[in-house]
Design a protein around this ligand. Sequence first.
Ligand SMILES: [Ca+2]
Length: 146
Amino acid sequence: MGVVIIDGSTVKNFVTDEEHFNKSMDESFAALDLNEDGVLCRSELRKAFESLRLIESHFGVDVATTPEELNQLYDSIFDKFDFDGSNTIDPQEFKSEMKKILLAIADGLGSCPIQMALEDDDRSNFLKKAADLEAAKLVVNHGGGS
Ligand SMILES: [Ca+2]
């Protein structure tokens, strides 16, 4: 268990760094694709959002939300991802919707940092990836010398 601190620019840098972003999303997608059929079904996507607790922070749902309401919410999120209505999410749909969501989160965070508690082995957590990328850049910048 570790704690990372992220703010809007951390998230934005992550999304706009296309090479890293695409690689991270491919890794996340593979980790989420539990039955390894190359697409995400409803339960696989739901698991992803449950583990991230993005629902509470981004979609403004409080803890008193009923299971029925949560089901509806996850269904509506799935439909947003499922751009072509195929009832599955392919890697391209995943990337493009994640980009939108992350940019919206970045706008919401602004320059006000939040702390996130994370499991160390949480491979599918892209906010951790964002923080890791930022940390790696800092190391590069400081290590460069002059
Ligand atoms: Ca699958």
